[in-house]
Design a protein around this ligand. Sequence first.
Ligand code: FAD
Ligand code: DHB
Length: 388
Amino acid sequence: MRTQVVIVGAGPSGLLLGGLLSKAGIDNMLVEQRSGEYVLGRIRAGVLEQGAVDMLDEAGVGARLHAEGLVHGGIEISWAGGRHRIDLHGLTGKRVMVYGQTEITRDLMHLREGSGRPTVYEAESVSVHDIDGARPSVRYHKDGQTHTIECDFIAGCDGFHGVCRASVPKDRITLHEKVYPFGWLGLLADVPPLSHELIYVNHERGFGLCSMRSRTRSRYYVQCSLDDRIEQWSDQAFWNELRARLPADAAASLVTGPSLEKSIAPLRSFVAEPMRFGRLFLAGDAAHIVPPTGAKGLNLAATDVGYLGQGLIGHYKGQPADLDRYSERCLRRIWRAERFSWWMTSLMHTFPTSGSFDRKVQLAELDYLVHSEAAARALAENYVGLPM
Ligand code: FAD
Ligand code: DHB
């Protein structure tokens, strides 16, 4: 088999890149180790910056997003029993869109099916070869057979645990990592959201987040221990813990119900540099992870894919400049998002090692945030996203 670009991983990065390339008439194949159903079952991101929305529009999947997505002009931050609104739109002129990663993935899958370009699901033992040669290839096993796809380029969109980054020789890649001493326990339920905007909660018992997927479906998170197992958390235990962290008026209006999904995610900051190795390019979570507090992961993935799409389209038109500066273009934004996500994580969570001094500094910083327009604007500018 031969194609122009093999995309490894059919999460949002891989599917979006496939959509952009297909639209430009560039042949591509997607190779995914899981089933489509499994990919759709992972409940993750909820908040999109305008740049990511624009990219989804460009790929041709904006219709349902604009019809069903919730446009938010602010967020709330709560601590010490109070609630404070950050007026994102008033401070920056921009808003964000609340629309679930599951729905984006579903829309991109439909687009893919319509394009007639191949997607191999449940590909086993995926491996990448000859990334420095003129003809790199991707190999996988399926139904007892080994398949090899030769190509011009490989796009590693296979997430943090993928094979692409792991295939790069150690002396050609630099990894920067910070692991946080806690995780997020998330719960999805068909109950109306607590409030019409997101609430980020700083509490001695740990961070909490009230988010949503629609006017009838809520997504909530509580900071948990890395030792916690999902089986230990009954729905009732989750709701009790969330309620204990919310300010009284919010706790009083919390509507609870049976969970549709519950999962624990560890928190990590991670960057791999560079993002190009010969004819292999890394994009999305394969190259970087941000702790979810700043809602940046999927948005960064969309930017990478936008730049990679532009670069590859340029290459086939005889204009290699964008592809050559792919890494450099992405990494500047990535480090800005890493800084913001680290800062917001530090501000909002309870750290097992921190004492009363650290706690007081956190409270002083929260106070500064709502009494200084400059501080609030800095948060808002980062939250709504940098221009592409
Ligand atoms: P992934 O979604 O990880 O997709 C990678 C794909 O590659 C997967 O389908 C995987 O099965 C496949 N794969 C892996 N290995 C192989 C292999 N060897 N061969 C073939 N295929 C392989 N981001 C935001 O912007 N806003 C938010 O509000 C937000 N909230 C979040 C909340 C939580 C709890 C979490 C965990 C994340 C959140 N994120 C958020 C981050 C966001 O979900 C990720 O950044 C996004 O999923 C990255 O997409 P991706 O396609 O690069 O990687
Ligand atoms: C969601 C996740 C986040 O990490 C965040 O900062 C905001 C919202 C969500 O899943 O809805």
